[in-house]
Ligand binder design. Structure first.
Ligand code: SAH
Ligand code: SF4
Ligand code: F3S
Length: 482
């Protein structure tokens, strides 16, 4: 967690310190002066924008970029042309990459009109050498390219760009470094993501994440707890613990600690009322975790347990290390311990070699597990992963047909599950003003279901009791109770 630093007291005549994060504080301090000078020359504030793709990890990293930029004196803006724009990219599926290239086309036009605009590209896509080559060659107007392992270096890279006047490219292959105490800006005042692990060691055969995020590293429990305590002091009531596989938290720490033990520590922190986590790999889901959850007053009764496929044969080729039966057993354990729990999942359709029988096994698990909702993805070939080299890639029209059937089943079950609280009154954490209906707000049940109800902005961040009048598909319309 970031402790207030008086950047103006940093001696800029001294050489930059070697240790982190002190080194970056030094560059932030220098850039503060630079921003002030530019402001004077232009007669206005300098602006920035951060566009984020992908998962919660990227969202959290973007909050760090915003935090650093605000310490430099940049102000956030939604305008099309800002003085600095950061693209925090994702490469988990090919369409994510395509979207970024689309945006870059637009940026080229914008930069022609605003040549001083600085463009920084970062995130998972930048860890792919082919992507960086393509950017260097076809998009020379980009100012800074960096990856996932050195996000803390952002201030230094901006300084380098200013000093050299050339495109700065800094990509690391990997790291065992965890830099704490970076400035961070929060998108919401009342809830926050908290990293607990970085990277992934699982190498599911379709997935690029271990290649672009590196090996799994756990943050020290004391750093996590300190951050959560400070968030609580700052008015945060809900934390989401983040990792590619939170269930393997702490295994490689000097003093190993289990994820369930970490949860018990976080439960003790005053002011935190809701605890969530993302994501759990079924192979590492322990009975202790289920017990800790069942006994907890703060851990939300929502479990996201990615299935990927219901076919034990496909799961084996995916290198997921559980079977259909084991997955269903875990679902039963969760439901036995917490009958009200809401379960969500991720499913991939069209993994290489997936047959109709394999697909029907997936449909069968969906029928049996009765997910509250499911994210369904069409398999996307990621160069460099073992699955990309597999023969018998499934034809597009077969995938499309299976995808539609799956979506229909998931939708039907999800509607039926959502309806289960209709007519009841449950606590809702109010998150924001409703985007469509004036004088309405939107919040979430602990089960993660969205609720819209009449109310004003003053409710944002509060937990209030809401009568769930009507279930509409995936969400509720409700009325607040006095
Ligand atoms: N660490 C998390 C998932 C991170 S990626 C986990 O193990 O659950 C989020 C989701 O994207 C995955 O659960 C998977 O369903 C999907 N995904 C990953 N690689 C994919 C690919 N190559 N094609 C389609 N979907 C993919
Ligand atoms: Fe990818 Fe598997 Fe790691 Fe999740 S656990 S990030 S799906 S390799
Ligand atoms: Fe995408 Fe990287 Fe997350 S590839 S899903 S942003 S870890």
């Amino acid at each position: 967690m970031f402790q207030m630093i008086d950047f103006d007291t940093i001696d800029l005549l001294a050489p930059a310190p070697q240790g982190e994060p002190m080194r970056q504080y030094y560059f932030i301090a220098g850039l503060r002066k630079w921003v002030q000078d530019r402001e004077k020359a232009l007669g206005r504030k300098l602006t920035f924008q951060c566009r984020t793709f992908g998962c919660q990890m990227n969202a959290k990293d973007s909050e760090k970029f915003a935090g650093m930029l605000e310490e430099m004196g940049f102000v956030s803006s939604e305008e099309e042309a800002t003085d600095l724009i950061v693209y925090n990219t994702c490469t988990v599926r090919e369409n994510a990459n395509q979207r970024v290239y689309g945006h870059l086309g637009n940026l080229k036009t914008i930069k022609k009109k605003h040549p001083k605009m600085m463009i920084a590209m970062c995130g998972c896509m930048m860890q792919e050498p082919d992507v960086v080559e393509k950017l260097k060659k076809s998009y020379p107007f980009i100012d800074i390219i960096f990856g996932t392992h050195n996000i803390f270096k952002f201030p230094e890279l901006i300084q380098e760009r200013i000093d050299t006047g050339r495109m700065v490219v800094d990509i690391w292959d990997g790291t065992d470094m965890i830099v704490e105490n970076l400035p961070s800006e929060r998108k919401y005042s009342f809830k926050s993501g908290v990293n607990i692990t970085y990277g992934c060691n699982n190498f599911c055969s379709y997935c690029i994440v271990p290649y672009v995020r590196g090996r799994e590293r756990s943050r020290k429990p004391e750093d996590i707890i300190k951050e959560v305590k400070e968030l609580a002091k700052d008015g945060v009531t809900e934390v989401m613990l983040l990792g590619q596989n939170v269930n393997s938290y702490g295994k490689n720490l000097e003093t190993p600690m289990s994820f369930s033990a970490l949860l018990e520590e976080i439960e003790k922190i005053d002011g935190i009322e809701r605890i969530r986590f993302m994501t759990s790999h079924p192979k590492d889901l322990s009975p202790e975790l289920i017990q800790v959850m069942a006994n907890s007053k703060k851990i939300c009764r929502h479990f996201h347990l990615p299935l990927q496929s219901g076919s034990s044969r496909v799961l084996k080729v995916m290198n997921r290390r559980y079977t259909k039966e084991r997955y269903l057993e875990l679902v039963n354990h969760l439901r036995e311990a917490m009958p009200d729990i809401s379960l969500t999942t991720d499913i991939i359709v069209g993994f290489p070699g997936e047959t109709e029988e394999d697909f029907l096994e997936t449909m069968d698990v969906v029928e049996k597990a009765r997910f509250d909702s499911a994210y369904t993805f069409i398999y996307s070939k990621r160069t460099g992963t073992p699955a990309a080299a597999m023969e018998d890639q499934v034809p597009e029209e077969v995938i499309k047909d299976r995808f539609d059937r799956l979506l229909k089943l998931v939708g039907t079950i999800s509607h039926e599950r959502t309806k289960r609280w209709e007519g009841q009154t449950l606590p809702v954490l109010v998150e924001e003003k409703n985007r469509q209906l004036p004088d309405y707000v939107t919040g979430r049940l602990e089960y993660n279901t969205v609720v819209h109800f009449p109310g004003d902005e003053s409710l944002i961040g509060k937990i209030v009791n809401v009568h769930l009048t009507e279930a509409k598909g995936f969400y509720y319309m409700g009325e607040m109770e006095g």
